[in-house]
Design a protein around this ligand. Structure first.
Ligand code: IPD
Ligand code: CA
Ligand code: CA
Length: 265
């Protein structure tokens, strides 16, 4: 097994370098260069260039590892013992519209289990890192999920559905419940940062459906290492290949799960 404590700072540096490229590219970014992959799924040459930069640097760290990347700029071989799962730019819509919250998300899986996660939030220059049994950190300082026990004292985060509307009514009803029983619900536009903010206690919990592995793989490690619980909408502790997620501290997770179960079919 690779020494994750040695690997983590190198991966964090690679995420930071990609972040610096994204930051520079956002200035004077031409919105006309955006392409549509599918309904409301934006992509640009910036996403692809950032991914190539990350992939070539990671190849030097573990030459035998496979890749699962959002933009598919390198062959995708998910059968390898070690697998990098990468979203080079999480929050593309924010990026394209000039909003300052977007991130780089890099996870390492070992036999399918996420064991290392790095989320670099570009706007605030915040590096979130965690590896299995090593704890979670923000810019080098330990972080943990909140200890909030009651829903009425929570700030929750979510992502609004934007292409998969099958659960829309149940989702709206869930939100209606949380509007009335929490301090508020945020939609900041990057799932990786939603999870990082849950790990460091800015959010008490986060839920969303319609996600891909690269949106959540790194953030799952962060939340678990910060003492939180991560499951899907069925309350199953799946690794990354589930399209729904609930992440929260131990007290709030069951309350969020129960509400979703009541409303979302
Ligand atoms: C998106 C962001 C967003 C979430 C979407 C993701 P992208 O990723 O994480 O917060 O709501 O489901 O697809 O497209 O910006 O990499
Ligand atoms: Ca994403
Ligand atoms: Ca992306």
């Amino acid at each position: 097994m690779i020494d994750l404590s040695v690997l983590a700072p190198d991966v964090a540096n690679i995420a930071k370098e990609a972040g610096a490229y994204l930051r520079k590219s956002q200035t004077n970014f031409d919105r006309n260069l955006v392409e549509l992959k599918s309904l409301n799924a934006l992509v640009s040459n910036v996403d692809r260039s950032a991914e190539k930069l990350i992939v070539s640097a990671l190849k030097l760290l573990i030459p035998e590892a496979g890749f699962l990347t959002e933009e598919g700029t390198t062959p995708q071989d998910t059968t390898k013992q070690y697998l990098w799962v990468i979203d080079p730019l999480d929050g593309t819509t924010n990026f394209v519209h000039g909003l300052p919250i977007f991130s780089v998300s890099i996870a390492l899986l070992h036999h399918g289990e996420p064991v290392l996660g790095v989320v670099y939030e570009v706007g605030m220059d915040e590096s979130f890192t965690a590896y299995k049994d090593g704890g979670a950190f923000l810019n080098g300082s330990p972080i943990s999920v909140t200890s909030t026990k009651e829903l009425k004292n929570t700030l929750l985060a979510t992502g609004f559905p934007y292409y998969e509307f099958s659960k829309l009514q149940g989702f709206q009803n869930t939100l209606a419940h949380f509007y009335q029983h929490t301090r508020g619900v945020r939609r900041i536009g990057t799932a990786a940062v939603d999870l990082a903010y849950t790990a460091c206690g800015r959010f008490d919990g986060y839920f969303e459906y319609g996600l891909s592995p690269w949106d959540v793989a790194a953030g799952i490690v962060l939340v678990r290492e910060a003492g939180g619980i991560v499951t899907n909408f069925e309350n199953i502790n799946v690794a990354i290949a589930s399209d729904s997620i609930i992440a929260a501290n131990k007290s709030i997770h069951p309350l969020v799960y129960t509400t979703i179960k009541q409303h979302v079919r």
